[in-house]
Design a protein around this ligand. Structure first.
Ligand code: IFM
Length: 427
């Protein structure tokens, strides 16, 4: 594998999934607090109330990150720690203090912080007042983005506005599996996606104005990706075509429904009604891609695979996904998430041997290096996730971490993949 010397190697997390301390130091209630406290919504009624207790253990976690050898850490800020009601007059000093401590601790340890503003934990007060269908939420997001940028841009260079607008709308407002658990008609869900695009665009403009130095702004997209069965021209063309053609049954799970609007200033099949689309694409510095798996395609269509490993482990997607996305959007790409949930457990020797994850990562990162060899401008890779954490409606059932969390005690146990990733970075 060949990677540029200045390639960004990192790990990623999000606030609700790791921090815990859900009601401490003036934090307000987010839609995820409410959702998890509603019986029947989450596997085993688990909550992020304590999660990995990163709020209290962030120094230990960053110490482990230095052992891992990463150069960057992607985390999200909990909006309700800063503005408990979403758009309060004054920010919550204790909330800002926590992220000051976190950012400063990263910098002291030679780790570049990458801040995501919104990884799904919308303030409940805003949701109660119409959520993303209300102008108040859009304005509140811009105010929050401005505050974070003003406060941190002296020390932080990389900012992402929104994580996975496709999943926010699909699972939060269409299938209802995620907070706030609504099952709205498609037209209304599209309006919500439109608001997210407006909020993103307005926040980017506001952040450019108030930044204390030149910052880099992007967002993280996810969606259907296809890769060709062979290197034939026909297979490649078909894989590209099916990557960007929308599946009617799952029309929200595609990159172009958001990326065409906010990067190209264009609509696609399902959002033609967005009449302001040319104002939604202020220039960005990078495109974040969250890539887990894709579909193999030959010139006559999608190739069906068996179940389990064969279907979810599709390494070629980490080559062709970035290749197709770069061709279309022409922005430097950061893989902001990629990883694997395994059946991890502590073995009799007290260690966590996650050979499946090492195999997955070896295959995927090898494919990523091929995308770079082919001329795709991929500038970084963030493993999802640093530690095991709260996996939304699946609760603590899924483990994506390089570090195992013993939830009963909070003990951190670096898995074999931690050592593997560390060696890869050092090489
Ligand atoms: O845990 C999530 C993350 O919050 C968003 N992207 C996918 C991950 C794994 O499901």
């Amino acid at each position: 594998m060949n990677f540029p010397k200045d390639f960004i190697w990192g790990t990623a997390t999000s606030a609700y999934q790791i921090e815990g301390a859900y009601n401490r130091d003036g934090k307000g209630v987010s839609i995820w607090d409410t959702f998890c406290h509603t019986p029947g919504k989450i596997n085993d009624n688990e909550t992020g109330d304590i999660a990995c207790d990163h709020y209290d253990k962030y120094e230990d976690d960053i110490k482990l990150m230095t052992e891992l050898g990463i150069s960057a850490y992607r985390f999200s800020i909990s909006w309700t720690r800063i503005f408990p009601e979403g758009d309060d007059e004054i920010p919550n000093a204790k909330g800002l203090q926590f992220y000051d401590n976190l950012v400063n601790c990263c910098l002291k340890n030679g780790i570049t912080p990458h801040i995501t503003l919104f990884h799904w934990d919308l303030p409940q007060t805003l949701e109660d007042d119409g959520g993303w269908l209300s102008e108040r939420t859009i304005n509140a997001f811009v105010k929050y983005a401005e505050l974070i940028c003003e406060h941190f841009s002296d020390r932080v260079e990389y900012f992402s506005t929104i994580n996975e607008p496709q999943i926010i709308t699909r699972m939060g407002y269409s299938t209802g599996q995620h907070a706030p658990g609504l099952t709205l008609p498609d037209d209304t869900v599209l309006e919500i996606l439109h608001s997210l695009a407006k909020a993103h665009a307005a926040a980017v403009r506001a952040m450019r104005k108030c930044a204390k130095r030149k910052i880099k702004i992007g967002f993280s997209s996810t969606g259907n990706l296809c890769y060709p069965s062979t290197g034939s021209k026909e297979d490649i063309e078909m894989a590209k075509k099916l990557t960007f053609s929308t599946n009617k049954e799952d029309f929200l799970f595609c990159h172009q429904i958001f990326c065409d609007a906010v990067i190209l200033g264009k609509t696609c099949e399902y959002n033609r009604s967005w009449d302001d689309v040319e104002a939604l694409n202020p220039p960005l510095d990078f495109l974040g891609l969250n890539i887990y798996n894709g579909h193999e395609v030959s010139s006559d269509g999608i190739v069906k695979h068996g179940i389990g490993f064969a279907r979810t482990v599709t390494p070629e997607v980490l080559c062709w996904g970035p290749v197709f996305m770069y061709e279309r959007y022409k922005l430097p790409i950061i893989i902001t998430e990629n990883g694997f949930s395994c059946n991890d457990h502590i073995f009799l020797d007290g260690k966590v041997h996650d050979a499946d994850r090492i195999d997955y990562l070896t295959r995927y990162i090898n494919e990523l290096s091929k995308a770079i060899d082919a001329g795709t401008d991929v500038i970084g890779y963030f493993h999802w996730s640093f530690t095991d954490n709260f996996e939304w409606h699946s609760g603590y059932n899924e483990r994506f971490g390089l570090v195992y969390i013993d939830y009963a005690t909070g003990r951190r146990i670096p898995k074999d993949s931690f050592r593997w990733y560390s060696q890869l970075i050092r090489r």
